[in-house]
Ligand binder design. Structure first.
Ligand SMILES: NC(=O)c1ccc[n+]([C@@H]2O[C@H](COP(=O)([O-])OP(=O)(O)OC[C@H]3O[C@@H](n4cnc5c(N)ncnc54)[C@H](OP(=O)(O)O)[C@@H]3O)[C@@H](O)[C@H]2O)c1
Length: 252
């Protein structure tokens, strides 16, 4: 049986690293000795995480880059700064995103636009600029943070489910394009994870109860653990898509 790969010394870029799942993934990678570029808009949050990781025994170096994934120049810059600092990009975690629910006919077009610009256009930009150096190196691993909402559609989810169905499709198209050239692509599709997501999405409290029915929700560290495990797989074995739910979450 093949051994899991040691990630120590690899270089990662994580978007949306200022909070929740992205922060947990960045931390888990750094604690395995991966050098990590932390990217998001709230630089103070990124600085605080970088500061904490600098004090952790054996953690890989980190650098902070301000990046709004909707802005092409900022995404390009985040990739460039990673390459300039460490000369490689081995793991790209395209995680930045946000949600929201409600009847389509009551929807706020400005909010839809911000969501689609972030979850879809920003994802495409992140993959365009992040996957290029991997293709040049003939190796690398792209992790796309989709959602169970991209796999199972629900009423009230027109914009968010649509954006995450797009994210899973984009990941799969990229997998087909770059897999033969040595680059792995994985779409992660989590169920309910407690983070700032719920507040940003302006969820009323009963939404979570209706999804969980008393089940224990996931924490960002649960997603970080599977992302690390996916990246540790031997080079010939790609996890293309991975659903992780709270055990008691039946739907979505
Ligand atoms: N929580 C869940 O239940 C759940 C389930 C399935 C999938 N997901 C997905 O997981 C990802 C992370 O969500 P989370 O739960 O960790 O939520 P979170 O705690 O709200 O974190 C969202 C992250 O995305 C970043 N972000 C948002 N817009 C951005 C932009 N325009 N440019 C750059 N970064 C941006 C935020 O950073 P700044 O605000 O500092 O820019 C923040 O770091 C999202 O893609 C979400 O759709 C979440």
């Amino acid at each position: 049986m093949s051994e899991l790969r040691d990630l120590r010394g690899q270089v990662a870029l994580v978007t949306g690293a200022s909070s929740g799942i992205g922060a947990a993934i960045a931390e888990a990678l750094a604690l395995r000795g991966v050098r990590v570029t932390l990217a998001a808009r709230r630089v103070d949050r990124l600085d605080a995480l970088a500061q904490r990781l600098r004090q952790a025994d054996g953690a890989g170096e980190t650098q902070v880059v301000a990046c709004d994934v909707r802005e092409e120049a900022q995404v390009r810059e985040a990739v460039s700064q990673t390459l300039e600092r460490w000369g490689a990009l081995d793991i790209l975690v395209a995680n930045a995103g946000f949600g929201g629910r409600g009847p389509l006919v009551d929807g706020d077009p400005a909010r839809w636009k911000a969501m689609l610009d972030t979850n879809v256009f920003g994802l495409l930009l992140t993959l365009k600029y992040g996957a290029r150096p991997m293709l040049e190196a003939g190796r690398g691993h792209v992790v796309v943070m989709s959602s169970i909402a991209g796999v199972v559609t629900t009423a009230g989810g027109a914009a968010y489910c649509g954006s995450k169905a797009a994210a899973s499709a984009i990941a799969d198209a990229l997998r087909m394009e770059v897999g033969p050239q040595g680059v792995a692509v994985t779409a992660i599709e989590p169920g309910v994870v407690i983070s700032e997501f719920q507040a940003v999405a302006e969820y009323p409290p009963d939404i979570l109860e209706n999804m969980l029915h008393g089940a224990t929700p996931l924490q960002p560290a649960d997603i970080a653990r599977v992302v690390v495990q996916v990246c540790e797989q031997p080079e010939h074995a790609t996890v293309g898509e991975l659903i992780i739910r709270p055990r008691g979450q039946a739907r979505p």
